[in-house]
Design a protein around this ligand. Structure first.
Ligand code: FAQ
Length: 299
C-alpha cells in the first residue's frame, strides 16, 4: 500500500479493509464512552474542588473522543445507532481495562498514568493510519490523552509524597493496574489473528508486542521518578536488547475479560444500556427539533 496518501471515505476500498476499520474504530469509540464510568464514579468523591474540576474535564474529553470516533466510523457507512446497538447486545467489544473497578482515589491517578499512558503509546502510530478520518481524529485525541496522562502522574506523585497511608494507596493502585494496562495492547503477536492483515493495510503500524515493549520502556523510569515499584519480579534492564525485560501478562485473564467475564463487565454494560435508555427523550427531542428546522428552512 502507498503510505504517502490516505484512504478517504469515498475512495474504493476492499470490503475486508472497511470491516476491519469499523470493528477497530467502533471498539475504540465504545472504549472511550465505557471508559468514562470507572473515573466518573470518583467525580463526587475527588479530594478537592480543583481535583473535581480536572476530573470532570477529563471525563468530558472521553465523551468527546467517543464522538469523534463514532463520526469516523460513520464515514464508513455504519450508522452510530447500529454501533451502539452492537455494543449493547455484546456483539462489539470495548477495551478490557475498563472492566476493573476503581477502589480508591489513587486508582484515578493510576488510570491517568498507566491507562492513558498505554493508550497514547497505542494511538500515536494511529495518527499515521491509512484511513484519513481515523488518523485525523487521533491527532486531537492524542493531545488530550497526553494531558490526561500527566494529570494521573501528578495525582500519584502527590500521593507518593504524602502520608504513609497515601503512599500505600498509590502503590496498591499501581500494583492492581499494572498488568491489566499491559493487556490493553492485546494478545501476544503469535495469538493475534488481526495484526498481520491490519499491518499490511496500514491500519496498525506496529504489533501488539512491539507497542507493549515500548510502553514498558517508558513506564519503568517514570515509576522510578514516582518512587513506586512495578509488581513484576522479572523486570530488569536487558543490555543486549536495549529494552526492559518484563514478565508475561496473564493472557488467560485477558481472554476471560474480553469474553465478558471480567470483574465489572456486567455492571459496565448494564450502566451503559440504562444511560442510553434514560437518554431516549433527548435524542427524540433533538430529532424533532432538527425536523422542525429543516421544514422551516428553504431547501
Ligand atoms: N480489550 O487480533 P487482535 C481508551 C480483541 S484506550 C478488548 O490483536 P487487533 C482511552 C480484538 O478486538 C482503549 N478486546 O486485534 C481512555 C480482537 O477481537 P475480534 C481503547 C481486545 O484489533 C483512557 C481480538 O481480541 N483503545 O479508551 C483487546 O488487531 C482512559 C484479537 O486481537 C483502542 O481501541 C483488549 N485489550 O488489536 C479512555 C485502540 N485486545 O477480532 C478512558 C485501537 C484485543 O474478535 C479512560 N485499537 N482485543 O473482533 C487497537 O489498536 C487494536 O484494536 C488492539 C487489538 C491493539 C486493541
Amino acid at each position: 500500500m502507498d503510505r504517502s496518501t490516505t484512504v478517504e471515505p469515498r475512495d474504493p476500498m476492499p470490503e475486508g479493509y472497511r470491516r476491519t476499520l469499523v470493528r477497530q474504530i467502533a471498539q475504540h469509540a465504545h472504549s472511550e464512552i465505557i471508559g468514562m464510568q470507572p473515573e466518573g464514579e470518583w467525580i463526587s468523591r475527588a479530594p478537592s474542588l480543583r481535583r473535581k474540576a480536572i476530573l470532570m474535564a477529563k471525563v468530558q474529553d472521553e465523551a468527546g473522543h467517543g464522538l469523534y470516533l463514532y463520526a469516523a466510523a460513520e464515514t464508513l457507512g455504519t450508522p452510530r445507532a447500529d454501533l451502539l446497538e452492537a455494543l449493547h447486545a455484546g456483539r462489539q467489544k470495548y477495551s478490557s481495562i475498563f472492566n476493573y473497578p476503581t477502589l480508591t482515589w489513587a486508582d484515578v491517578g493510576a488510570i491517568g498514568w498507566l491507562v492513558d499512558g498505554a493508550a497514547i503509546v497505542n494511538q500515536v502510530p494511529l495518527c499515521r493510519c491509512s484511513y484519513g478520518p481515523y488518523a485525523r481524529a487521533m491527532v486531537r485525541i492524542c493531545k488530550e490523552e497526553s494531558f490526561h496522562q500527566r494529570q494521573g502522574f501528578e495525582i500519584l506523585h502527590t500521593l507518593a509524597r504524602g502520608t504513609a497511608e497515601q503512599r500505600a494507596m498509590a502503590q496498591d493502585a499501581v500494583d492492581r493496574f499494572w498488568w491489566p494496562s499491559l493487556m490493553m495492547f492485546g494478545p501476544p503477536d503469535a495469538d493475534s489473528p488481526n495484526t498481520e492483515q491490519s499491518m499490511a493495510w496500514g491500519i496498525k503500524r506496529f504489533t501488539n508486542d512491539e507497542l507493549r515493549q515500548r510502553f514498558v520502556d517508558i513506564a519503568v523510569p517514570q515509576a522510578e521518578a514516582l518512587g513506586l515499584t512495578l509488581p513484576d519480579p522479572e523486570l530488569r534492564w536487558d543490555e543486549d536488547r536495549g529494552h526492559w525485560h518484563f514478565g508475561t501478562p496473564d493472557f488467560a485473564e485477558l481472554a476471560e475479560v474480553v469474553a465478558g467475564r471480567g470483574p465489572c463487565n456486567a455492571d459496565r454494560l448494564a450502566h451503559r444500556v440504562r444511560a442510553h435508555e434514560d437518554g431516549a427523550w433527548v435524542r427524540e427531542a433533538a430529532a424533532a427539533h432538527a425536523a422542525k428546522r429543516a421544514a422551516r428552512e428553504p431547501a
